[in-house]
Design a protein around this ligand. Sequence first.
Ligand SMILES: Cc1ncc(COP(=O)(O)O)c(C=O)c1O
Length: 430
Amino acid sequence: MAHQLSKTNYQLQSLASGKIFTDEGWMLDAPGEDKPGLIRAVYEKKQLNPKDDSFGIYKFSDWLPVMDFLEGSYAPLTYKSEGLANHLGLKNLYITFSGYWPEKGISMRTCSFKETEAYSVCGRLRPEHDQVLVVASAGNTARAFARVCSDNNIPLLLCVPEDNLNALWFDEPIKNNVKLVASRAGGDYFDAIHLSNLAAKLDKFVPEGGAKNVARRDGMGTTVLSAATHIGSIPDYYFQAVGSGTGAIAAWEANLRLLEDGRFGTRKMKLMVSQNEPFVPMYDAWKVRSRELPVIDDNLARDYVSRIVAKVLSNRKPPYAITGGLFDALSDAGGEIMTATNEQAHHAAKLFEEFEGNDIHPAAAIATATLIDAVKKKMVAKDAVIMLNITGGGEEKFKREKALHYLKPDIIFDIDPDFEEVKEKLTRLF
Ligand SMILES: Cc1ncc(COP(=O)(O)O)c(C=O)c1O
């Protein structure tokens, strides 16, 4: 349902100063402010009126900073668990699923909640936009943006670590307006981000912005809107595995809007976020309630990342300390950062498949493993209203049912590439 929205339905607010301002375009920061902090969308409509499911994710457009509704999206799906809930003895476990599960009515073709970001971010682009969007990713985000930009003719440069290229599978080929560059094997997500920062210095390119982009956060926040509108109230607990923590920040922000709406209760859900051992920098910081992340040697960090099963949880510079970031979200809402091992994730994924009937992404398995652990340790009451954010799933099912095409890199750069070389090669690419 191509549909041109006539005007913006939001303003922006600096969380560092509180100042409200108009979005002049692709604003990622508050103009004229030095103190680093996130900006947030303030929507005209204080009450959420979801549209019908045919609008996909844009059913929540009251609280999305979009100019346009793109084709092919799905909103995250929430249902009340019976199988896993009974197994764990939980009375009110709600699963919010993003991925491929046509039997339940959701067919995200890139199989993760990163599609919610991509449809929201690309919907924010204005008709006059003429730069190439730059996105760095360890996998799922790249896949989501590639699909959405290819289907909607939006020029895109993806920066991905070479070791993660096997994440770039698709059921239909990706068009030529999407280009892929990789940082050489041995590098990780951090190196791909570095490459994207170099690209973003060139006039032709504009950074997508990651956590700083209000569209990215509010796209991810639709997981909570899906849960709250299904349940009829804000949950008590929110379980999600984090790499950057952006999803959890978004969940907190959605919660704050639901409080203002007034019809979903008065609670702030506890943010129960999780990391994959041994790569647990935010866990280490939050354990001692520190706003600063521990300094980890680059090589040690790469070694940790090479050992985790949920590779998408490997962000080494997450928006944790920044004003409005994960530290502030946890401090305001309450909650814990938990950890799970590869073995626990494997076990949790098996349980999910057995009791709910679909495969889940290793990151979602980390979240499920920490829910299991939290129940065991009696950190949550049996009748608590729990939202388990299954951020990715149905990937194996999708791959069984479809013929796959892989996107190949146009260029592979060294881990610490020379800027002039990047400039020359990327300028030729578009
Ligand atoms: C399936 C899945 N779950 C969780 C995450 C972590 O998300 P966040 O960026 O909110 O930390 C990612 C990130 O790529 C992901 O792909």
